[in-house]
Design a protein around this ligand. Structure first.
Ligand SMILES: *Cc1c(COP(=O)(O)O)cnc(C)c1O
Length: 396
């Protein structure tokens, strides 16, 4: 089937909740994608930070095929080896976190953070201390509660009533944190706001906020759904700040393209949840967990180059001297270019037409999230397309 016929068929039967490009991808390999008409693209999206080791990595394919042939699913009534090994590995990577709960998505992982924080507070202090503070510009997911947690007004439409008990404060505003009352149980942060516009939090702010949390016995929750699993050059984004959160969520990049997420808790929350308190049917199923173990092996080898390649990309984009780029920011391979004078979506559409898949974020950001394994030659091929498009169509 062609791009056009796949678009037509999809538009007839899939609800139009996504704005989509008129392209259907049929195959990927490493950092390359091919559409239904046979055209090749460089992938600077990783499927929004998901295919962190590129497409069809042989070790990942083998891990999934082997596990599928052995055991795909038994439910969480039983133990399985991939889940056990993955949890052990993740706890070690997150500075000795005490336990993992596996979910299927980022929003579901954050729901877990919200639940564990509220239960901790209720067990210890009783009712009336359930408020979770999040930041303006944040994004935490699409369920009713994680939408309520999300600090962007445009997400608070249509779906009333939203879950109560969330307050949004401006990033960097320590006074706003200090001024909170005694109804608060937790502060939830993305180390770099992703969907909000690739906005890194200031390290001094995060450290001071962590101190306020400690002083007030608020739980510090890190939403690492986009920043986790090597994206920023460390295993988790919080590790750039020299702090230890009480709990963190992960998803997107963990299983290289299969649906897996989860949250981890440290000492304080290690015994908050017991049997029956939380559950999900698929969470940590053996195929997703086996895929994730393969991803962690590959990311471990790629990690040193994530910082280096990220710096290279940022320097190269800066050197394009494109008048439409006002600023370039981010960390590791989570990069945002602030666009002026044009809509980032317009630039992104032209890039795709020219064979480069990229992303947008916030209102004025062109975002790139290349696979963590991307090689310099693929980066150069992608940047060349970007340079051509910017100088041809967006020079003024
Ligand atoms: C993508 C994202 C989510 C939501 O994840 P889903 O898997 O789409 O539910 C939550 N938080 C952050 C920071 C994200 O980037």
């Amino acid at each position: 089937m062609s791009n056009q016929s796949l678009k037509h068929l999809s538009d007839q039967h899939i609800l139009p909740t996504y704005g989509r490009f008129p392209i259907a991808f049929v195959r990927g390999e490493g950092c390359r994608l091919w559409d239904a008409d046979g055209k090749e693209y460089i992938d600077f999206t990783s499927g929004i930070g998901v295919t962190s080791i590129g497409h069809a990595h042989p070790a990942w394919v083998a891990a999934i095929a082997d596990q599928a042939a052995k055991l795909a699913h038994v439910s969480n009534l039983y133990y399985t080896e991939p889940g056990a090994k993955l949890a052990q590995r993740l706890c070690a990577l997150a500075d000795g976190m005490r336990g993992v709960f596996f979910s299927n998505s980022g929003a579901e992982a954050n729901e877990g953070l919200i639940k564990v924080a509220r239960k901790y507070s209720r067990d210890k202090y009783g009712e009336g201390r359930a408020t979770i503070i999040t930041l303006e510009g944040s994004f935490h997911g699409r369920t009713i509660s994680t939408l309520a947690a999300t600090g962007q007004e445009k997400f608070h439409q249509h779906f009333f009533p939203f879950t109560p008990g969330f307050k949004h404060v401006a990033p960097g505003d320590l006074a706003a944190l200090e001024a909170q009352g005694d109804d608060v149980c937790a502060l939830m942060l993305e180390p770099i706001q992703g969907e909000g516009g690739v906005m890194p939090l200031d390290a001094d702010y995060v450290r001071a906020a962590a101190e306020i949390c400690m002083k007030s016995d608020w739980l510090l929750l890190m939403d690492e759904v986009q920043t986790g699993i090597g994206r920023t050059g460390k295993w988790f984004g919080y590790q750039h700040f020299n702090i230890l959160p009480d709990a963190l969520s992960f998803a997107k990049g963990i299983a290289g393209g299969l649906p897996l997420g989860g949250f981890m808790v440290g000492e304080k929350l290690a015994t908050t949840l017991g049997p029956g308190d939380h559950a999900t049917t698929y969470g940590g199923n053996p195929i997703c967990a086996a895929a994730a173990l393969a991803v962690l092996d590959v990311v471990e080898d790629a990690l040193p180059q994530v910082t280096e390649m990220g710096e290279y990309i940022r320097t190269q984009i800066q050197a394009m001297n494109a008048s439409c780029i006002a600023q370039i920011r981010g960390r590791g391979l989570m990069i945002g270019a602030k666009i002026q004078g044009h809509a980032p979506g317009e630039i992104n559409a032209k890039l795709l037409e020219a064979g480069l898949a990229a992303l947008t974020a916030g209102t004025d950001i062109l975002r790139i999230l290349p696979p963590l394994t991307i090689e310099k030659k693929d980066i150069d091929a992608g940047l060349k397309i970007m340079h051509n498009v910017l100088s041809t169509y967006f020079a003024k």
